[in-house]
Design a protein around this ligand. Structure first.
Ligand SMILES: [Zn+2]
Length: 357
């Protein structure tokens, strides 16, 4: 088995390229967890510690805004930029304390949100000038609503800028169904929900001379968990894309690192099949939102009689409820719910024993 020398802390540059290659050759993938602040980030990192594997922690534009506080005006992305930068500094400090290698990433950035990534990239360049490492390991641009040429043209420009500070770019080809972060793709034309191998080849030709990149492809995956509908998960699209590039450009067997968006609600068999075709990252958001809420709701239901006022409960009219009210009592239950869900995700993604655990 190939071995990997990964240090605790943020994984960037060559170390990230080696990690993605390792996952591809070992046929495992890392969960990429959407976080919205310190509680969710800590829970994600604790899950990685328990699973003895690296993890990808990601802020969306909305997650970054939430981290700054929804009180701030965000008309020019100022709140999202500040919150995304602050989130990175928190994760940087905590990852080392937990002894976990963490890939720091930002999620979907549509064209109208580019000012958000511009602001975070500026901070990343300043951080690189100061420390020799970028603030974030990677960013994602989701320009899949544009025509392919326009999508790739903009991605190439950003990759040039990002490669110079040793960052990786994630792009999107085809449209992931469902709704995330307020962007609803539920009414999109069905054919756009499946990425074409020729499009992946075009991305490969355009971006591989510039730097390191990954491709979020659409193979019937959706954001969120829905009852089985008219979109069918078809991971073979990934296999066909790898084979197409290999045939056309005489590359290695799996030239592309793929990303699986909308992993929530997928079965282990579906996940493992996608991973065998070169998926190295799977996004999980909806399932961890549910895992965070469930134990907190149970607590609120069970402790209901102790949460009606600051004083007075079934044990006596003057008994204090302070220890039941304390947010630490119930927020930590939510954190533990996230940890348990993510430990399962690591198993689904086949990381067991691959990273020395
Ligand atoms: Zn996504």
């Amino acid at each position: 088995m190939a071995s990997l020398d990964l240090k605790p802390g943020i994984v960037t540059g060559n170390a990230l390229c080696e990690l993605l290659d390792f996952c591809k050759s070992e046929q495992c993938a890392l969960p990429a967890v959407n976080v919205i602040g310190s509680h969710t980030a800590n829970a994600a990192i604790e899950a990685a510690r328990q699973a003895k594997a690296p993890i990808i922690v990601q802020y969306s534009q909305g997650g970054g805004q939430f981290n700054a506080g929804k009180f701030l005006d965000n008309s020019k992305q100022a709140a999202s930029i500040a919150g995304t930068i602050a989130g990175a500094h928190h994760v940087r400090a905590i990852a080392e304390a937990y002894g976990v290698p963490v890939v720091l990433h930002t999620d979907h950035c549509a064209r109208k949100l580019l000012p958000w990534i511009d602001g975070v990239l500026e901070a990343g360049e300043a951080y690189y000038a100061m420390t020799g490492a970028p603030l974030y390991s990677s960013h994602m641009l989701d320009l899949s609503e544009d025509a392919l040429a326009e999508n790739l043209e903009t991605c190439a420009k950003y990759l040039e800028r990002m490669a110079s500070i040793e960052m990786t770019l994630e792009i999107e080809l085809g449209v992931t169904g469902g709704e995330e972060d307020g962007v609803d793709n539920d009414d999109i034309d069905n054919s756009k929900l499946y990425t074409q191998p020729a499009d992946v080849l075009a991305a490969y030709d355009k971006l591989s001379p510039i730097g390191s990149f990954t491709v979020a492809a659409s193979f019937g995956n959706t954001h969120g968990v829905y009852a089985p509908g008219n979109v069918k998960l078809t991971p073979a699209i990934l296999k066909h894309s790898q084979a197409h590039i290999r045939a056309e450009r005489d590359t290695e067997e799996k030239p592309v690192h793929f990303v699986f968006h909308g992993g929530s609600g997928s079965s282990r068999d579906e996940i493992r099949e996608a991973v065998s075709y070169g998926v190295v990252k799977m996004n999980i958001d909806t399932d961890t939102q549910w895992a965070f809420l469930s134990p907190i709701k149970k607590y609120m239901d069970e402790k209901d009689a102790y949460l009606k006022s600051q004083l007075g409960n079934p044990d006596g009219a003057d008994k204090p409820n302070k220890k039941h009210i304390d947010p630490r009592a119930w927020l930590h239950l939510g954190e533990k719910g996230i940890v348990a869900r993510l430990v399962q995700a690591f198993e689904d993604l086949g990381t067991g024993g691959k990273f020395g655990g």
